[in-house]
Design a binder for this molecule. Structure first.
Ligand code: DX5
Ligand code: ZN
Length: 223
């Protein structure tokens, strides 16, 4: 069964003064990636729940919220209640990832767990059955426009194996440095959701960039 690659443009690289227009420029994406940063878990600050609600109200694309924040137990369910399709919290920031997953699902969202490049998958194998998405960071979280870290690909490969052998049932999402040159490697390793910030919003024609990424990922998956 060929996997359908999903493309999730990251609003982090959009024009923050025109978020409604920017969400419409990527209307044919699968998810709209919304990077929440709190200047504590990562050394950068972006936007939070009030801005998410404003975007959610106008976006033609379902929201994929990536919470790079401390204490996600307290804040994550609000994003699910506001209507996000998927809400991802960082494993490194959670005391009890299972409890967060339960709250997110109860609020009607998919539950995602994110791992920084240096965080081993093995440490979280026991909680992953409670999640719908595994977000493998392919850069250090905090900033857009960084270079893809190919050393993380074995983690993507291992996650894909666990899904293909029926041990896990989740989307394998990659985030950071994904562009026309790197997406084939990520897709070949087994990712099925691809976050791309600068590669989409930095392009003259974001719709074209999405289509190109999708076809490159599909070709790498089929091969
Ligand atoms: C980084 C964010 C990413 C970022 C990706 O911490 O989680 O989602 O927007 O940007 P690019 O695609 O430019 O690496
Ligand atoms: Zn992200």
């Amino acid at each position: 069964m060929p996997r359908e690659p999903m493309i999730a443009p990251s609003l982090l690289s959009a024009d923050f003064a025109r978020l409604a227009d920017e969400s419409h420029r990527v209307a044919d994406a699968d998810w709209l990636h919304f990077d929440v940063m709190d200047a504590h878990f990562v050394p950068n600050l972006t936007f939070g729940l009030p801005v998410m609600k404003a975007v959610q109200a106008v976006s033609p694309v379902p929201l994929d919220c990536h919470l790079m924040i401390e204490n996600p137990e307290r804040w994550a369910p609000g994003y699910a209640e506001a209507g996000a399709r998927n809400v991802t919290v960082h494993a490194e920031a959670c005391d009890d990832p299972r409890a967060v997953a339960r709250d997110l699902r109860a609020a009607g969202a998919l539950a995602g767990l994110a791992l920084k490049p240096g965080t081993p998958l093995e440490d979280y194998l026991d909680v992953l059955p409670d999640f719908d998405t595994l977000l493998v960071m392919t850069v250090e979280p905090g900033f857009g426009g960084q270079e893809f870290i190919a050393e993380v690909l074995p983690k993507v490969r291992r996650a894909r194996e666990l899904v293909d052998t029926g041990h896990l049932r989740l989307f394998v999402e990659v985030d950071g440095g994904i562009n026309a040159d790197t997406i084939e490697r990520a897709a070949g390793a087994g990712a099925d959701v691809f976050v791309a910030g600068s590669a989409v919003f930095g392009a003259d024609d974001p719709a074209k960039a999405i289509a190109a990424l999708r076809s490159r990922a599909a070709a790498a998956t089929a091969g």
